[in-house]
Design a protein around this ligand. Structure first.
Ligand SMILES: [Zn+2]
Length: 228
């Protein structure tokens, strides 16, 4: 029911059989949740909310309502609106099925999403840099070889001078690859990842499985709950 009437006549939803109550004294309309509109129906002795006379106002069940001098406890009539006072106050039922707090690692597990994404991004970055540096070194080596070949053919330079130019370039091209150190960087990165990408409970490393693949598993062998 959306609206109830209160009054002395027996056909009201809430009949109040007192001489000071008008035949149709007031009506209350449910607005949603625990909010209601209270309207006085031009009663002889008035309607009061928290000791203030009102003709029309919004109320909640905690307000003190009086029709004339008769107190009215809205809590007792919530069932008329299809509401029950107790239902509103009980916490969600789901809490009884929730895992014991000791096994619920969903919050910590969620953080691994970024750990994995950051690792993959840093890895891709190192590889990209390595590729560019290798390309540059390859170019230097290529130039040195070309210079040598052209000179052999045209004998433009003294062989000694040529050697002083070409040999260091060739060396740089080959040796440079050892100084880029991508392998070391990748190994360090993996060590950091390995330390952080672990089950929040048993601390076992989770391998290189994607976060999504792990999330789909929902639980760890150690019984920790990753995803509910
Ligand atoms: Zn675990």
């Amino acid at each position: 029911m959306q609206t109830i009437t209160i009054g002395r006549n027996s056909d009201n939803n809430v009949p109040l059989n007192y001489p000071q109550i008008s035949k149709y004294h007031a009506k209350i309309t449910h607005l949603g949740q625990l909010s209601f509109k209270l309207e006085d129906l031009e009663s002889s002795n008035g309607t009061f909310v928290n000791n203030q006379q009102v003709t029309r106002t919004t109320i909640s069940p905690t307000d003190q309502i009086k029709f004339a001098n008769i107190s009215f406890d809205l809590h007792k009539y919530l069932h008329l609106f299809g509401l029950t006072g107790t239902q509103q106050q009980t916490p969600p039922q789901a809490s009884q099925q929730a895992p014991p707090p000791s096994l619920d690692f969903t919050v910590d597990f969620e953080k691994l999403r970024n750990v994995y994404a950051d690792y993959r991004a840093a890895q891709a970055n190192i590889r990209k840099k390595e590729k560019m540096q290798n390309a540059a070194l390859g170019l230097i080596g290529g130039l040195a070889a070309l210079l040598g070949a052209v000179n052999l053919y045209f004998e433009l330079m003294d062989k000694k001078i040529l050697g002083m130019i070409v040999v260091p370039l060739m060396l740089l091209s080959v040796a440079g690859r050892f100084f880029i150190g991508s392998e070391k960087k990748l190994a360090d990165l993996y060590d950091q990842f390995r330390a952080k990408y672990v089950c929040p409970k048993c601390k076992n490393h989770l391998g290189e499985y994607t976060y999504e693949a792990l999330a789909a598993r929902k639980v760890c062998g150690c019984k920790a709950i990753w995803v509910k």
